[in-house]
Design a protein around this ligand. Structure first.
Ligand code: SAM
Length: 238
């Protein structure tokens, strides 16, 4: 296997986040990258494998929203985390959070458990489960629901909203088409009792435009939601 040359453009983290990662964090990210490459050679975890792209488009992108919403010791769930984005990266940068990572793909969950052990991460759990099933069990368990690149906005709102407490946040890391998704998801957002309370537009990340959406849950989720996955997708505004 080719030994990767490890990342040194930490300035891009500093310019986007307003601080430079500590040496401990850099070492953990380097380890994460090496394990990701090694496991990705055995089964497909991510299409993006070049050092620059993984550090910028996966690691840094996972963190951009924290400029708008500072994390402290919140209880968080990351839906459809895949190989750990944003959840593992958040845990590395903000060890005080308590985080649950879920994914419907067992290979990805096995990978997450390897990472959790090798990076010696604490207050973190990886579960192989579908969001729409766990949501009814973990109703209003979390301060924050977060998700990146899992589904169109109306679908991910429906999958996620039940997990959060009233006044809790659903934070969705989106690309440049977020405005169109907001429009197409207005009706379901009302039914789900969530309101868009902030929108973070990032035009100069150095790796493309990003838009992060912050919804606040105003009331308990009506019993009907989330519906079965096939039904949610069938009625999606996409
Ligand atoms: N969040 C990661 C990222 O930003 O790179 C992974 C995104 S990947 C495109 C979508 C992930 O969501 C996949 O790993 C898939 O297995 C998972 N997923 C899709 N639907 C899901 C559901 N209903 N419940 C849990 N996980 C789901």
């Amino acid at each position: 296997m080719k030994v990767p040359k490890l990342f040194n453009n930490w300035k891009i983290f500093e310019s986007n986040l307003g601080f430079a990662p500590s040496e401990t964090i850099k070492i953990k990210l380097d380890k994460y990258y090496k394990i990701l490459l090694a496991e990705n050679a055995k089964y497909n975890l991510t299409r993006i494998t070049s050092e620059k792209e993984v550090y910028e488009k996966h690691f840094l992108d996972s963190l951009l929203f924290t400029k708008e919403h500072k994390l402290s010791n919140e209880k968080i769930i990351d839906i459809g985390t895949g190989p750990g984005f944003p959840g593992i990266v958040l845990k590395i940068f903000f060890p005080e959070i308590e985080i649950t990572l879920i994914d419907s793909n067992n290979k990805k969950v096995n990978f997450l458990n390897i990472l959790i052990e090798k990076l010696n991460l604490k207050k973190i759990t990886a579960k192989h489960v579908r969001a729409e099933e766990l949501a009814r069990i973990e109703n209003e368990h979390y301060d924050i629901v977060i998700s990146r690149a899992v589904a169109y906005l109306d679908v991910i709102l429906e999958l996620g909203v039940r997990f959060t407490k009233i006044e809790g946040k659903v934070i969705l890391l989106k690309g440049p088409k977020a405005d169109e998704e907001i429009l197409n998801s207005k009706n379901i957002a009302e039914k789900l009792k969530v309101t868009l309370t902030a929108k973070q537009i990032l035009k100069d990340t150095g790796f493309g435009e990003r838009i992060n959406l912050f919804y606040t849950k105003t009331k308990s989720t009506p019993d009907l939601y989330p519906r079965e996955y096939a039904r949610i997708v069938k009625e999606s505004g996409k």
